[in-house]
Design a protein around this ligand. Structure first.
Ligand code: AMP
Ligand code: MG
Length: 550
């Protein structure tokens, strides 16, 4: 494959803007936008030009995403790359725009939202012909910025950059991230909405995805009775992303739109099961933050279950209601799918097929969840109610004492089950995952140990029924290691990388990037990136709690 050495050689095919109606107004002022899928708007250049003292800096880029787009390492290292990715320069082939969408936020209809701080540069054509949107997040205001500034700060941008790529490496559907730049400008933020304003370094992430269309993209025209726009958007999404659903003549019918919902429901179900698998909590599952492609999108106050608790949410804005807690993500995804179904109703003209499509979510979620939990335990499948109880009881034991979810599953694959074993060996996985004094927690008591040991006995007996080949510790571990990561972007580890990056040191960021690119591999010497959350991080901002948009 040939890679280009200059971003300017990248080919663009801006299908979205070519096909869908634009806001006729070009001025960059906050406003309601009717009858249009987007507004043309250009990034605001940083105050100081790239290359000059105090100007933008490229802190990191993702070589894998660059290559996906057909960009060489030389292209990513060039001054033009920094200029474009920081918002200082727009290439002639780009037609920057902000998308118009609405959404339900925390259960309430919020009306028009839109890309308030995201500007799509255009659709780059990859060497394999696929079109990828390049989108700058934090490059200045758009007509959808409402009362905010259109900017982003380094801490949240670094979190989005690292996690997008970590998720991709984990095999979780996600938008990608090409680059992370600081702008050199300072951005005023009240991190916890408590009146404490602070200047922080401004930053821009270049996000990359096949589509940034959200559930809310359909909700907004539907809510306004803009049926023609709704149809145009649905037809475009079908043609670009669900061509297999189109009838032979290419013209969607009411059934086609319902089939699209079925497909979105399946993808969303699979997405939430992936989150369950790796212990990811999105934190803001508003309908404007759910991708029509079933990808993880809009990394904000997300978090990882460092101490297993289905009721945990990293989002301080959600601390009261816990609407977006780990254990509620499937229910919320379904709730959001019902909103999407309502939005598509004018195109389908009947409730029944939409209802069926939505019902498909629960079935597909359960089926996929069972298969995934079986794999996490090294079992070929959950055969019966007893097997289901085995999983549920494990989650129950995990909930009884602070347990690092990632470590527990990874280490379960390492507990030898062949031959006779003493209880200490049998409890190895739990001992590695339980929080204790070093984590600022109580030590696990006898009752928890007894429950864990009893569970291990049941697990061992069950594994023994898997057949002779699979019962070897070796085979079971290999299977489990492929679904139970060793490394995830733990909140407190990200915070350390943020502290360093804010002080101008990106070594930790780059180390994280490299390690998280191979999350299922044991990486000797990198154990410090796979350890339990230390006591100091328990209550520290950014480590266990985050606020919404920042
Ligand atoms: P979120 O929940 O972070 O996805 O954001 C919800 C809405 O607020 C979206 O329309 C965002 O574009 C918008 N938004 C968030 N932060 C900002 C910001 N700093 N400036 C402008 N718009 C923003
Ligand atoms: Mg959003």
């Amino acid at each position: 494959m040939t890679l280009v050495d200059d971003l300017a050689e990248l080919r663009f095919d801006n299908r979205f803007t070519a096909v869908l109606p634009a806001d006729p107004k070009r001025m960059n002022l906050t406003r309601p936008v009717h009858g249009a899928a987007y507004s043309f708007v250009r990034p605001t250049p940083p105050a100081v030009v790239p290359g000059a003292q105090g100007g933008p800096r490229l802190l990191a880029h993702a070589p894998e995403v660059a290559e996906l787009l057909g960009l060489s390492e030389a292209a990513a290292a060039s001054p033009r790359f920094l200029a474009v990715m920081s918002g200082a320069e727009v290439l002639p082939a780009m037609e920057p725009f902000a998308m118009c969408y609405g959404g339900h936020q925390f259960g309430h209809w919020a009306g028009q939202l839109g890309d308030g701080r995201a500007i799509n540069l255009g659709q780059a054509v990859a060497p394999d012909g696929a079109r990828w949107f390049l989108q700058l997040k934090g490059a200045g205001p758009t007509p959808y910025s409402r009362t905010a500034d259109g900017l982003a700060v380094l801490r949240s941008s670094l979190r989005e950059f690292v996690c997008s790529e970590a998720m991709a490496a984990l095999g979780v559907p996600t938008t990608r991230a090409l680059s992370l730049c600081t702008t050199g400008d300072r951005v005023l933020r009240d991190m916890f909405y408590d009146g404490n304003m602070k200047h922080e370094p401004g930053a821009v992430v270049c996000r990359v995805a096949r589509s940034f269309v959200r559930f809310g993209s359909f909700e907004l025209p539907a809510s306004r009775g803009e049926e023609e726009l709704l149809r145009q958007l649905a037809d475009h999404v079908l043609a670009e992303h669900f061509p297999e659903l189109l009838p032979a003549d290419g013209t969607p019918t009411p059934e086609t739109y319902a089939a699209m919902l079925t497909s979105v429901a399946r993808r969303t179900a699979e997405l939430v099961v992936h989150w369950d698998r790796v212990g990811f909590v999105h934190g803001v599952m508003n309908t404007d933050n759910l991708s029509i492609l079933g990808e993880t999108i809009d990394y904000g106050p997300y978090g990882w279950l460092e101490d297993y608790d289905p009721n945990w949410t990293p989002n301080t804005t959600d601390a009261g209601g816990r609407r977006y807690a780990f254990g509620k993500q499937a229910d919320i995804a379904l709730w959001n799918l019902v909103r999407l179904a309502q939005a598509l109703h004018p195109l389908v003209g009947a409730v029944e097929p939409l209802q069926q499509a939505v019902d498909g979510f629960g079935k597909h979620y359960s089926k996929t969840w069972r298969a995934t939990m079986a794999a996490k335990l090294g079992l070929a499948e959950l055969r019966d109610e007893q097997d289901l109880a085995l999983v549920q009881d494990l989650l129950g034991v995990m909930g009884e004492h602070e347990t690092d979810m990632t470590l527990l599953f990874r280490e379960l694959g390492r507990v030898p089950l062949e031959g006779e074993l003493d209880p200490a060996t049998r409890l190895g996985a739990f001992e590695a995952a339980w929080h204790g004094a070093e984590q600022g927690a109580a030590e696990p008591d006898d009752a928890v140990r007894t429950a864990a040991l009893a569970w291990m006995e049941r697990y061992r007996a069950r594994v023994a029924t898997e057949g002779p080949g699979w019962f070897t510790d070796e085979a079971r571990r290999a299977g489990m290691d492929a679904v139970n990561p060793r490394f995830v972007p733990r909140n407190w580890i990200l915070q350390l990388a943020i502290d360093d990056a804010e002080a101008g040191d990106t070594a930790r960021l780059h180390e994280l990037q490299e390690v998280l690119a191979r999350p299922y591999d044991e990486q000797p010497g990198k154990e410090h990136l796979a350890t339990r959350r230390p006591e100091w991080a328990r209550e520290r901002a950014g480590c266990s709690m985050l606020s919404c948009s920042s």
